[in-house]
Ligand binder design. Structure first.
Ligand code: HSE
Length: 346
């Protein structure tokens, strides 16, 4: 029996428990051992839930249990999630996470700590929800010099834009529905203002170029001021309005990072990415353009990505590809992306 612990039993955390249960036989066959969720850390008690007996409120129980090999963190927010992740790595446990805020803020430090301790720090679910993009960038595209990344990385804003366009919904009504369906964060500010997408493009840029930049390095414009008239005007000219995150390595070696509403030519995969779906286009020197498309948010897709990391962490216990060692991106590495508001994405 291999024991793991979950931190956070909200939408994603409960999804992880479900996926592990549903895929129990396959995981057992693949790893040669059964994976058991031994503890679930949450402030709540979940009376009547089948997982009730595994709920703990004291993180020390998990940290001090040598049988717990992997800690899956799905708490959201930087603190205490980052501190809990640091403590688990220090204790020699691998950590997997769906928490883009922690990865974007502390990823470099946590990866270095994982390397020192000979364990893993994995974050497939932190970008693109259920879309495999972190592992493909780390492994399958490793032979490429990446020149550009363009992505629709926020399901909430994409859902809102799709509703505004197809149903003529107002911004507040579309946002309320996104929240009702569980796509938006409890506080949707980060989604709507573009910071969620900015954190995700920072993670992809770090995977591409080995430097983790601060949030301020991304020129970030959200969708709050967009009107239906903007969306309709773009449609009449053959474009669809999307919140697009870009990261580009310029000829002078500097990196330009942006999040902005853009006009995307109709008929392209990015323009056809609707609702909660995300899409990422990665341009590599060897492979050319590669597109990743799928569900960027939601309980089971995101949980599935977390479980894929749990399997990976248990399979390749102390392997950490060099592409995952990140330095600190500084102002001198960055170039302005320019004014991209409603400009055409090429
Ligand atoms: N709020 C995020 C989104 C959740 O809408 O994409 C997934 O990261």
């Amino acid at each position: 029996m291999t024991d793991i612990a979950l931190l956070g039993f909200g939408t994603v955390g409960s999804g992880v428990a479900e996926v592990i249960d549903d895929r129990r036989e396959y995981i057992k066959k693949r790893l040669g051992d059964e994976v058991r969720v031994k503890y679930i850390l949450d402030l709540r008690d979940f009376p009547g839930s089948r997982y009730e007996s595994r709920i703990v409120h004291d993180y020390g129980i998990i940290l001090n249990d040598p049988d717990v090999r992997v800690v899956a963190e799905m708490m959201g927010g930087v603190h205490p999630a980052a501190d809990f992740s640091r403590a688990a790595l220090e204790a020699g446990k691998s950590v997997v996470t769906s928490n883009k805020a922690v990865v974007a803020d502390c990823g470099a430090e946590l990866l270095e700590l994982a390397r020192k301790r000979g364990v893993r720090y994995l974050f497939e679910a932190s970008v693109g929800g259920g879309i495999p993009v972190v592992r493909p960038m780390t492994d399958d595209l490793a032979e490429n010099e990446i020149t550009k990344i363009s992505g629709i990385l926020n399901g909430t804003t994409n859902f809102i834009l799709s509703k505004m366009e197809s149903e003529g919904a107002s911004f507040p009504d579309a946002l309320a529905e996104a929240q009702r369906l569980g796509y938006a964060e409890a506080d949707p500010t980060a989604d709507v203002e573009g910071y969620d997408a900015a954190r995700k493009i920072l993670i992809l840029a770090a995977l591409a170029w080995g430097k983790l930049f601060p949030l301020e390095a991304v020129e970030t414009l959200g969708i709050r001021s967009l009107t239906r008239a903007d969306v309709e005007a773009a449609a009449s000219e053959g474009y669809r309005v999307k919140l697009v995150a870009t990261a580009e390595k310029l000829a002078n070696g500097k990196i330009a990072l942006s999040v902005s509403p853009r006009r995307v030519p109709s008929g392209t995969v990015l323009a056809s990415t609707d609702g909660v779906f995300n899409a990422v286009r990665i341009t590599g020197s060897v492979t050319g353009d590669v597109l990743f498309y799928g569900r960027g948010a939601g309980k089971l897709p995101t949980a599935g990505a977390v479980v894929s990391d749990i399997i990976d962490a248990l399979e390749r216990k102390s392997f950490a590809p060099p592409a995952l060692f990140w330095g600190k991106g500084t102002a001198s590495d960055v170039s302005s992306a320019g004014d991209l508001y409603l400009s055409v994405l090429d």
